[in-house]
Design a protein around this ligand. Structure first.
Ligand code: PAJ
Length: 277
């Protein structure tokens, strides 16, 4: 696996990878890699592409009140994970490579970025869209892989790529979960054992709501029951909604493709999840 830490090294690495003449796939990450990230790298590799993975904890997508310094970092373990998952190039830029001092351009996506995480974390999607646009420009991949775990992020990036006519395809990969249903996340390590036991309620409540909706029950009833299940476990629901899959607009009645999206606070940990409805 090639390792690039500067733009010059990245350019050389990408030239080498392109010589293989297979498609080039990019998996953007912030490191602290787990089986969810692994699934993205594997999906990219299994598609026959040459795979580049970026690891960059992007300061622009963290709010002032969010602890960027607490974000877990373990480069040695991440590189071992990437090698084992079939990655061909690891791109590890530093902050000045990504945001040189004279940098003045950011990307604001409206539409799917407006609500939910967009409201809860002002500026978050500006950071995500901007760093992804930069990564796409640097690596020039044919495809980029994103997890459905962050459903709204997947839709925001897909919208940006369409609106800016960027020459790549965005591929979504299903959420990887623990056996009890908890979606894998680098934040799960901050749950204590009691919280860890309660956390799968989020997914359980979503799945029950999906069944209720499929039976034709009113959306409001399904959402209130799910909210009660989650809050009975001591989680504080920040938002819980049935939305149109691509636009994230709230739905009063079930029209597919629909998604149930949720964010809840459990102690100091903010959990998000979503499922198809
Ligand atoms: P990060 O949280 O590291 O996630 C990187 C990618 O892994 C994202 O596409 C995310 O949706 C996916 N992922 C995380 N947990 C997953 C799971 N349990 N199952 C499937 N996929 C999962 O998301 C980001 O980084 C950043 O916002 C980034 C896109 C890299 C821009 O900075």
């Amino acid at each position: 696996m090639l390792i690039a830490r500067t733009l010059a090294e990245l350019r050389a690495g990408c030239t080498e990878l392109r010589a293989t003449r297979s498609a080039l796939a990019l998996v953007p990450t912030m490191g602290a890699l787990h089986n969810g990230h692994r699934a993205l790298v594997r999906a990219a590799a299994e598609s026959g592409a040459t795979v580049a993975t970026s690891i960059f904890v992007n300061p622009l997508q963290f709010g002032a009140s969010e602890d960027l310094s607490r974000y877990p970092r373990d480069e040695a373990a991440d590189l071992a994970t990437l090698r084992a998952a079939g990655c061909h190039l690891a791109w590890l830029p530093d902050v000045t490579a990504m945001y040189p001092p004279d940098d003045v351009t950011t990307i604001d996506v409206a539409g799917p970025a407006a609500m939910w995480e967009g409201t809860a974390r002002p500026g978050h999607f500006r950071g995500v869209a901007t760093v992804c646009a930069k990564l796409f420009g640097q690596v020039r991949p044919d495809r980029a892989y994103f997890g459905e775990k962050d459903w709204q992020q997947l839709q925001v990036v897909t919208r940006m790529v369409a609106d800016l006519h960027l020459p790549l395809e965005i591929v979504g990969v299903p959420t990887v979960r623990e056996s009890d249903g908890l979606a894998l996340s680098s934040r799960n390590r901050f749950l204590d054992s009691d919280q860890r036991r309660l956390a799968p309620r989020l997914y359980m409540a979503l799945m029950t709501a999906v069944e209720t909706l499929a039976k034709g029950e009113p959306v409001d009833d399904a959402l209130s029951a799910a909210r009660q299940t989650i809050e009975a476990g001591g989680l504080a629901v920040e938002y819980l909604a049935l939305v149109d899959g691509p636009t994230l607009q709230p739905l009063q009645t079930l029209h597919r493709p629909a998604r149930l999206v949720v964010a809840a606070q459990l102690g100091s940990v903010r959990l998000i999840d979503n499922v198809a409805a």
